[in-house]
Design a binder for this molecule. Structure first.
Ligand code: ZN
Length: 352
């Protein structure tokens, strides 16, 4: 991965974008794709969409959500401690003792999630978020209210770090990596004269209500959509692979199969992978996918979708871990796929 791309990825991972407060990150995403896109648009949901060939009839949407899980302030007590609710699906078990960044109305401030001394032996086994609080160092409510108010967002303060073998760890890899991949595919396709209209979207709200996906589907009316999200890598200790399947780091992009996805797009993706001599992995989606795709497919006349996912360890934790090599492979696969499209493809599972 070249220096410019890697810096952009690290910047996305360091920029807070809790679901519903994606604007700072979206501005950066728009700035990055701007020089390569024919047009960059935003919409009422807070999506940013980089477009190549806006006049082409056949439209392909590549969607990666940029929002991350986080918290939202619901009370400030007399002593100046902050109480919070979760934004998105996450475990309270991981929170005690963590450093956080409170996106206060006057600017970001640092806090810590308080934890009882182990010596007291009083910590409950089944903690919930209502048992936890954030300490920003304020002496009382009046002081805290000068920085933070009801409804301000919070994220874990966690810089991305490189592990051995170009594996990367941090928070929000779900799914800033997907938004990054969409941007890189646009950048690659821009120089290669694609024949279709390419709509690369950094979508908002996936972790809470998927309105971004809905608005992108309705607004763009794509002929097909490919969702770039993360999926569960099951190659670490303690995972039941009989139940959760086999998805490993560095064994190739993961193609969703099953009734929830379109078989024609998958055939084309497999053909592209074959041309590139790239291995693919597979995962099952029976009824729905748990991604932006579930909303996009029910827009317009029904949008055929495919899912190309990045294997991710420790999903929805502050130590999510993925492989840069996997990110690069997915970018390569999708870039080749996009430039191979003619705009004449039929996506009907059955032709008479
Ligand atoms: Zn997620």
């Amino acid at each position: 991965m070249n220096k410019e791309s890697k810096e952009f990825l690290l910047d996305l991972l360091s920029t807070p974008s809790p679901s519903g407060r994606e604007q700072e990150l979206q501005r950066k995403w728009a700035g990055y794709v701007g020089p390569y896109a024919d047009k960059v648009e935003t919409d009422n949901a807070g999506n940013v969409i980089g477009i190549i060939n806006p006049d082409a009839q056949f439209k392909v949407l590549l969607a990666g959500h940029c929002d991350e899980i986080g918290f939202i302030i619901n009370r400030i007590d007399d002593k100046g401690f902050l109480y919070f609710s979760k934004v998105g699906y996450m475990s309270p078990k991981l929170a005690p003792g963590m450093k956080v960044e409170v996106l206060g109305f006057k600017g970001n401030i640092i806090g810590v999630i308080g934890v009882k001394p182990e010596h007291f032996n009083e910590e409950k086994d089944n903690i919930d978020f209502e048992d936890l609080y954030i300490d920003c160092g304020a002496k009382n409510k009046e002081e805290m209210e000068q920085y933070v108010r009801f409804g301000d967002f919070v994220v874990y303060k966690r810089e991305p770090e490189l592990l051995l073998n170009d594996r990367i760890s941090g928070k929000g890899l779900d799914n800033k990596t997907g938004a990054f991949i969409a941007a890189e595919v646009l950048k690659n396709a821009a120089g290669r004269n694609p024949k279709i209209g390419l709509y690369c979207a950094s979508t908002a709200y996936e972790e809470t209500n998927t309105q971004g996906a809905f608005s992108a589907g309705v607004g763009i009316e794509p002929d097909m959509a490919i969702i770039c999200d993360v999926t569960f890598a099951t190659d670490h200790p303690g995972i039941n692979r009989n139940k959760h399947g086999e998805v490993f780091l560095e064994k190739g992009p993961v193609l969703g199969i099953g009734p929830a996805v379109n078989i024609r797009i998958n055939e084309m993706l497999e053909h592209t992978a074959e041309k590139l001599q790239m291995k693919l992995q597979y995962e099952l989606y029976v009824n729905s996918t748990g991604t932006d795709g579930d909303k996009i497919r029910y827009t317009g006349k029904g949008v055929p979708i495919a899912l190309v996912s990045l294997p991710l360890r420790y999903m929805h934790s502050p130590v999510e871990t993925a492989s840069i090599k996997d990110i690069e492979e997915e970018i390569l696969l999708l870039s080749e796929f996009i430039v191979s499209l003619t705009g004449q493809e039929s996506l009907k599972p059955l032709e008479l």
